[in-house]
Design a protein around this ligand. Structure first.
Ligand code: ATP
Ligand code: MG
Length: 570
C-alpha cells in the first residue's frame, strides 16, 4: 500500500466526546469515523486490524474443535418468548416489526437461535460434543453508549456455543475455551487476567470474564495479592457475617434530628456503625425497591437488579418514597407495605441483633431492631459490594482493586436454554435428556480498542505485531530524490515478496510530517531512507515501541527485519 492512496484521513482535533486514548487515537489516526451514537464506520487500517483479530480467533477456535457458522442477525420473537427472555431482556434489545406486524429483534446474542438449531438436528449423544461459533455484528441499545468501540450499539462479536451430553463434558468444553481465550488474548499482545464472574451460584466455576487491565476500563476487578482470587466487583460474592447471639431488646423510636447519613446517626446515638443498617432506594419496572445493608457496607446494584428480577434500576425520586410511606434519609425495613415496595435485605443484616435503622419518618430512627420479630423482607440475598480492604473470600487476605476492560466472557449455561427450548438428545441408555450447553463471547472491536488502550504514547498508537495493520512503514526522507525513490520502491517490493506487510509513504511531504503520521498510525517498524545512510549502504530501522534505531546493511536486511518483528511478539 502507498500512503498517497491510503484512505486514512488524520485529524488535528478530536471531538470532545472522545475521552479515552483508544477512542481519541482511532479517530485522530483515521481508523474510524462515527456515524451516529454508538455506531462506527471502520476505515481500511481498522478493517485490517479487525480481520487480524478475527483470524487469530478463528485459528484458535478451530484448533479447539470449533466450527464456524453464520446465523441471521434478525431473530423471531417466538424463540425469545419460549426462553422467557423477550420480556426479561429489557431496554437493550432492539425490537422491530415486519410489514405484517410480527415481532423480531436484532440479535444482542444468539443462545435462542443456536438452541433452536441444535433442537432441529442434534438427536443423539453420538453427535456430541459440538462447538459452533460465528463472527458477526450484534446490536444492543446500550443505555450509555460511550468510549467509542468499548460500548457501542452495533459491534462485532465472536460468539460460540458448546453442546455436551453431561456436566463432565461441559467442564471439558469450558476448559478448552478458557485455554483458547487465553491463547487468543496472548496472541493479540494484551495484558489480561481471567476473573471469576460468578463464583458459586451455578457450581463454583460457572463463568469467567477476560479482563484487559487498563485505567480506562469500565469494569472493576477485586483481587487478592495473597492468593489467586480475582473477581468482577459487580459479581464478587460474600458469605453472610455471623454475629454473637444477643437477647432481643425492646424496640424504641428515637429522635435523630438532621441525621441524614448513617455516620451522623451513629455519631449522634453513640453506636458502632456495625450496629446500624442503612438503606438505598431504587426505582424499577416492578416499582420501588428498598435495599438494606450494614451501615459500613455498600450496595451492589447488579446484585439488586438480579435479586429483584428486573433488567434495570435507577435511584428512586423522593416523591416515590413518600408515596410508599417512607422518607429519604430515614428509611428502614419496619412497617413497610409489601404491596407498595420490594424490600431486599443483605444476608448479613439478617444475622444482626438489636440494630439501629430509619423509622420511615422524618427525624426518627429505631434502635434495638431485630429481623424476624420487627420485619420480614421480600428477599434476603447477598447484595453487598466488595470494597478495597475487605477480606478475601478465599484466603481472608486483603482485597485490592484494579480497573479492567471485559474483552471476553465464557459461561456454563447447563440446560438453561436446552430445557426451555426442547434441545434434547438420546443418551447411551436411550433416555431423552437436555444437552449441557456453554456460551463464549469475545468483543472483536472492544479487543482492538483495548489493544490501543494498553499500547499507546503521546505520539499515537503502538500496535502489537500480530494485529498491526502493516508491519513496516518505509519513509523516504525526500521522495523527489531519484536514488532514494528507486531504493524505496525496491525495498517495498522485496519486503512484499518476503511476506512482510509493508506500506510506503510516497508523499511529497516534509520528513517531519511523515514521521509524525507514521508514529500516529502506529506501525511496529519504520525504515527511514536518507541520502547519507544510503550512501553508506545502510538502512535506518526504528522500533515504534522503544524509539530505538538500528542500521542494517541495505543489501541484506530482510532476515533482520523478520527477527525484529518476531522479537516484538514476545
Ligand atoms: P458489558 O458487561 O461490558 O456490558 P456484557 O457482559 O453484556 O458486557 P457479553 O454478553 O458477555 O457482554 O458479550 C460478550 C462480549 O461482547 C463482551 O465480553 C464484550 O467484549 C463484547 N461487548 C458486549 N457489549 C458490547 C458493546 N456494547 N460494545 C462493544 N462490545 C461489547
Ligand atoms: Mg459479559
Amino acid at each position: 500500500m502507498l500512503v498517497s492512496k491510503l484512505y486514512a484521513p488524520t485529524l488535528r482535533e478530536v471531538p470532545a466526546e472522545a475521552e479515552i486514548p483508544s477512542h481519541k487515537l482511532m479517530l485522530r489516526a483515521g481508523y474510524m469515523r462515527k456515524t451516529a451514537t454508538g455506531m462506527y464506520t471502520f476505515l481500511p487500517l481498522a478493517q485490517r486490524v479487525l480481520k487480524k483479530i478475527e483470524n487469530i480467533i478463528r485459528e484458535e477456535m478451530d484448533a479447539a474443535d470449533g466450527q464456524e457458522i453464520l446465523m441471521p442477525i434478525l431473530q423471531p420473537s417466538e424463540l425469545w418468548k419460549e426462553s422467557g427472555r423477550w420480556d426479561a431482556y429489557g431496554g437493550e434489545m432492539w425490537r422491530i416489526k415486519d410489514r405484517h406486524g410480527h415481532d423480531y429483534c436484532l440479535g444482542p446474542t444468539h443462545e435462542e437461535m443456536i438452541t433452536f438449531l441444535a433442537h432441529m438436528d442434534i438427536n443423539s449423544y453420538r453427535q456430541l460434543p459440538l462447538n459452533l461459533y460465528q463472527i458477526q455484528d450484534k446490536f444492543r441499545d446500550e443505555r450509555r453508549p460511550r468510549f467509542g468501540l468499548m460500548r457501542s450499539r452495533e459491534f462485532i462479536m465472536k460468539d460460540a456455543y458448546s453442546f455436551d451430553i453431561d456436566e463432565a463434558g461441559l467442564d471439558k468444553s469450558y476448559e478448552k475455551m478458557y485455554q483458547a481465550y487465553t491463547d487468543i488474548f496472548n496472541r493479540c499482545g494484551l495484558y489480561f487476567r481471567p476473573v471469576e464472574a460468578d463464583s458459586g451460584a451455578i457450581g463454583g466455576n460457572g463463568s469467567h470474564e477476560f479482563m484487559v487491565l487498563a485505567d480506562s476500563g469500565e469494569a472493576e476487578i477485586c483481587y487478592c495479592k495473597d492468593c489467586n482470587y480475582a473477581a468482577d466487583t459487580e459479581k464478587a460474592e460474600f458469605k453472610a457475617i455471623e454475629t454473637e447471639p444477643e437477647e432481643m431488646k425492646e424496640r424504641q423510636k428515637v429522635e435523630t434530628p438532621d441525621c441524614k447519613t448513617i455516620e451522623a446517626v451513629c455519631d449522634y446515638l453513640q453506636l458502632p456503625v456495625e450496629k446500624s443498617v442503612k438503606a438505598v432506594a431504587y426505582t424499577s419496572n416492578k416499582g420501588l425497591i428498598l435495599c438494606f445493608v450494614r451501615g459500613d457496607h455498600q450496595v451492589n446494584e447488579t446484585k439488586v437488579a438480579n435479586t429483584a428480577g428486573v433488567p434495570e434500576i435507577d435511584m428512586a425520586p423522593a416523591e416515590m418514597l413518600e408515596a410508599a410511606g417512607t422518607h429519604g434519609g430515614y428509611m428502614g425495613p419496619c412497617g413497610l407495605d409489601p404491596e407498595k415496595v420490594i424490600v431486599i435485605c443483605d444476608q448479613s443484616v439478617m444475622k444482626m441483633h438489636n440494630f439501629c435503622c430509619g423509622a420511615n419518618e422524618e427525624g426518627c430512627h429505631f434502635i434495638n431492631v431485630n429481623p424476624g420479630r420487627d420485619f420480614t423482607p421480600t428477599y434476603v440475598a447477598d447484595i453487598r459490594l466488595m470494597q478495597e480492604g475487605d477480606p478475601c473470600p478465599h484466603c481472608g487476605g486483603k482485597i485490592s482493586k484494579a480497573r479492567g476492560i471485559e474483552v471476553g466472557q465464557i459461561f456454563k449455561l447447563h440446560d438453561k436454554y436446552s430445557a426451555s427450548l426442547g434441545a434434547t438428545v438420546l443418551d447411551e441408555a436411550g433416555r431423552s435428556i437436555p444437552m449441557q450447553m456453554g456460551c463464549y463471547g469475545i468483543g472483536v472491536g472492544r479487543t482492538m480498542a483495548a489493544a490501543v488502550e494498553q499500547n499507546n504514547d503521546k505520539d499515537g498508537i503502538i500496535w502489537p505485531v500480530e494485529i498491526a495493520p502493516y508491519h513496516v512503514i518505509i519513509v523516504p526522507v525526500n521522495i523527489k530524490d531519484e536514488t532514494i525513490r528507486e531504493k524505496a520502491f525496491s525495498i517495498y517490493g522485496e519486503l512484499q515478496k518476503a511476506g512482510i506487510e509493508v506500506i510506503l509513504d510516497d508523499r511529497d511531504e516534509r520528513p517531519g510530517v511523515k514521521f509524525k503520521d507514521a508514529d500516529l498510525y502506529g506501525f511496529p517498524l519504520r525504515i527511514t531512507l536518507g541520502k547519507k545512510t544510503l550512501q553508506n549502504g545502510q538502512l535506518e530501522v526504528r522500533t515504534r515501541k522503544t524509539g530505538e534505531t538500528v542500521l542494517l546493511p541495505a543489501d541484506d536486511y530482510i532476515a533482520r527485519i523478520r527477527e525484529m518483528l518476531g522479537g516484538l511478539k514476545k
